[in-house]
Design a protein around this ligand. Structure first.
Ligand code: FBP
Length: 344
């Protein structure tokens, strides 16, 4: 999928790519390009902090809890502040919402309000930050009524209403994966010039795969359709699937999504019986919805098992959902298993 490296004169920067895409849109005012530019500037700052890690004392716990009841890492707070500071002054936003903050984040009075809302997970996979594994930032952009103070209701919109979704990977390379509803493209940060360069044009998920990703330690809590699906994968060529499957689990959603965008696969963080009140681990508004938009734009599917994630009508900014996504044929098979009556 990766294109042959181009000479600097042939390279397409993210800014050029977005401006060329926006040219085709009659009502494009350039505001979206400026907003995206600020999101990307924040991610470059985060990339720098994550990369310097122990050298600048940002690893380890912050000894505080977020709205999810999770102990925050120092970098969860630092990256949240970087995002808010990079986005609140620009005049493009009516408001923001973050995994690390209970309520919607207001735009300070001294700054003008704009026509977009941004929801973000400032540091996804933060349980991996202290062991130097890939982490990332995930963001989702919605439209809002211009110039007014948005209510929580203004954020609770279906994933189908997203105008843009993306994530930045802080791994061996720093990469941005982006969709504005016109396919999925990948950009690599050229640290020398500080620009994201188009390196993965029109990413497509292979329809077929023999690789699954799930946290196996939760097996005893899974529902019958998931138990059946994983058992059949593990049974391999001797089993009903007649082929061997491989397993991967990075415990960083951004890294698992990026692998599936490149070589296919199916990811499951399904509903499990541990806590029936908690329908899953991952959050709809700033994890599942942006990833579902990207996965579908790359030819994959994204479901809860019972319904398309992008069609869910949200009721809470921090609500959790079961998540199954990836290569079309496997997600369709899983949806079929959910629809079949179980014998258990
Ligand atoms: P946060 O780090 O943003 O809370 O993300 C949650 C997450 O780390 C995902 O990136 C990942 O897919 C999942 O949780 C891993 O869960 P588990 O630790 O149960 O395997």
């Amino acid at each position: 999928m990766t294109q042959t490296p181009k000479s600097p004169t042939e390279q397409v920067t993210l800014t050029q790519f977005i401006i060329e895409q926006q040219r085709g849109l009659p009502d494009a005012s350039g505001t979206f390009t400026l907003l995206l530019n600020n999101i990307v500037t924040a991610c470059k700052q985060i990339s720098h902090r994550v990369n310097r890690g122990a050298l600048i004392g940002v690893l380890g716990s912050a000894e505080s809890e977020n709205v999810q009841g999770e102990v925050q890492k120092k970098l969860d707070i630092i990256t949240n502040d970087i995002m808010v500071k990079a986005l609140d002054w620009g005049g493009h936003l009516g408001g923001m919402a973050s995994e690390e903050i209970d309520d919607p984040i207001k735009i300070p009075k001294q700054y003008p309000k704009g026509k977009y809302l941004v929801l973000f997970d400032p540091l996804d996979g933060s349980s991996n930050i202290d062991i130097n594994l890939t982490v990332g930032t995930i963001f989702s952009v919605l439209r809002c009524r211009e110039g007014v103070e948005p209510e929580t209701e203004d954020f609770l919109r279906k994933g189908t209403e997203q105008v843009c979704a993306g994530f930045v990977l802080y791994g061996p390379s720093t990469m941005l994966v982006l969709t504005t509803g016109n396919g999925v493209n990948g950009f690599t940060l050229d640290q020398d010039i500080g620009e994201f360069i188009l390196t993965h044009r029109n990413m497509r998920i292979p329809e077929e795969t023999s690789e699954f990703a799930i946290n196996m330690s939760n097996q005893r809590f899974w529902e019958p359709p998931v138990k059946r699906y994983i058992d059949e994968c593990i049974a391999g060529v001797e089993g009903p699937r007649g082929k061997n499957f491989n397993m991967r689990w990075v415990a960083s959603l951004v890294a698992d999504v990026y692998r599936i965008l490149n070589r296919g696969g199916v990811f499951l963080y399904p509903f499990d019986l541990r806590d029936p009140e908690r329908p899953g681990k991952l959050r709809l508004m700033y994890e599942a919805n942006p990833m579902a938009f990207i996965i579908e734009q790359a030819g994959g599917l994204c479901s809860t098992g019972a319904e398309r994630v992008l069609d869910i009508k949200p009721h809470d900014i921090h609500q959790r959902v079961p998540l199954i996504f990836g290569s079309k044929s496997e997600v369709e098979r899983l949806i079929g298993y959910y629809q079949q009556p179980t014998t258990e």
